[in-house]
Structures are given as structure tokens and as C-alpha cells.
Write a protein of this length. Structure first.
Length: 229
């Protein structure tokens, strides 16, 4: 279903936790990360489409989440020319999106990216609130900036989340499809998981991970020094 301007109606989903972090998902077989999103089918309301996509992409039901906010209007982005399929009628030039801010009310073990036979994502992590604006693919960046700014006041309203919204530091451990089938609650460090380390052999460690690793080492050294006193 494409409108007269060539935009496909779509929903975007931001899932937050109690710390004000947001779920950041890795596309299957790619080094590309984004929020869950998907098209609105004929006869569906945006909310109905959101719950359908929520299950198809993340394995969560409406009982697992609570809606905190919905974007006031449609937010649009154009696809790069290389991604536009000119053989369609009408031609889709981009997406117009209604965004939903959710909070996870069930446990992390409810997240299942293999809920369907054709998963969209093969990994996920919690990240600080503003992290996605800088990391998403460039043609989606302005939409992300607008919707995150619109929703920030809602997240800031919760006292235990305010510091996370203000922070620009990446804060969570990567969870692959393999690890989502085990215990995902072992999210106590910012260093990569064993699975992530094995896939990153020979690759340069990201700057934020080096800084966090150095911080953790210095903190550990201070704690040991205090224990000796």
C-alpha cells in the first residue's frame, strides 16, 4: 500500500527498559542496526500493525509491553536511488512512519527474534537513549533524530530514566540469536559477549569499548586498592 506521493505506510517501534535504554537490533546477516519497523497492511490501524510487527520481529506480545507514547504525525524518509525499485506501480520512493514508544514490562527472556521462520534480526542489545541517532544508516537519521527528540520528554519524566536519556555512552552487551536462546539477563557488563568476541577476532576494537574497558579496569584497580587498606 503506497500513497500518492510514493511513500509506504510503516510503523517504527522503540522498546525501552526501566533504565531508559532502548532495544537496538542487528539485521540478519548484516552489520546494520536499527529499531524494529514494518509496513502497515490494508485494513490495519497503525497500532494493530505495531503489535503484529512487534511479535514478528522481536517475539513480544501486547502483554509484554506498555505504550508510553505515539508520534504526533507521520515522519518520512526517502530511500537512496539505488534502493528504489522502478519496476513497481506505483513506485515506492520511501517510508512514512508512525512511531510507538513502548516500555518492556516482562522479562528480557520474552524477547525472541526467532518467533517466525524468516527473522528480520539476528541479535540485539540495550543502548543508551541517544545512541541510535548517531549509529543508524544515514538516510534514516533525520527521522530518528525527530522521533527521539519528541519522545525524550516522556522518558525523562521517569526519575530513574533521566540519567540514561542524558547519557551518550553505549551501555550494553550484544546478544546474538544463539544467546537469546539462553539466559539474556547476564547483561552486567559493557564488554562484548563470548560470541561477539569470537566474531571480532582481527577487527579493531570500537573506541567506546576501549574507553569502557579502560574505565572498568581502573575502577577494578581502585576497588582492590581500597580492599587492601
Amino acid at each position: 500500500m503506497i500513497d500518492f506521493d510514493g511513500y509506504r505506510p510503516n510503523v517504527g517501534i522503540i522498546i525501552s527498559n526501566r533504565q531508559g535504554q532502548v532495544l537496538w537490533a542487528k539485521r540478519c546477516g548484516q552489520n546494520s542496526w536499527q529499531f524494529p519497523q514494518g509496513g502497515i497492511n490494508n485494513g490495519e490501524t497503525p497500532e494493530q500493525a505495531m503489535y503484529r510487527e512487534l511479535y514478528e520481529e522481536v517475539g513480544l506480545s501486547r502483554q509484554d509491553v506498555k505504550i508510553l507514547a505515539v508520534s504526533k504525525g507521520w515522519l518520512r524518509y526517502k530511500l537512496p536511488k539505488r534502493l528504489v525499485r522502478n519496476d513497481g506501480n506505483p513506485v515506492c520512493i520511501g517510508q512514512k512512519q508512525r512511531w510507538f514508544l513502548l516500555t518492556l514490562v516482562s522479562g528480557e527472556d520474552s524477547i525472541n527474534m526467532q518467533a517466525t521462520k524468516t527473522p528480520e534480526f539476528d541479535g540485539w542489545r540495550w543502548v543508551s537513549y541517544w545512541y541510535p541517532v548517531r549509529q543508524v544508516i544515514s538516510f534514516k537519521r533525520e527521522v530518528y533524530r525527530k522521533v527521539m527528540k519528541e519522545f525524550s520528554s516522556v522518558v525523562m519524566a521517569a526519575p530513574d530514566r533521566a540519567s540514561a536519556v542524558k547519557s551518550h555512552q553505549h551501555t550494553s552487551q550484544y546478544k546474538s540469536l544463539a544467546s537469546t536462546n539462553t539466559n539474556n539477563t547476564k547483561d552486567t557488563a559493557t564488554s562484548p559477549s563470548d560470541n561477539e568476541r569470537s566474531t571480532n577476532v582481527g577487527k579493531k576494537e570500537p573506541r567506546y569499548q576501549r574507553k569502557q574497558r579502560k574505565f572498568n579496569q581502573e575502577r577494578s584497580a581502585r576497588q582492590k586498592g581500597e580492599q587492601r587498606k
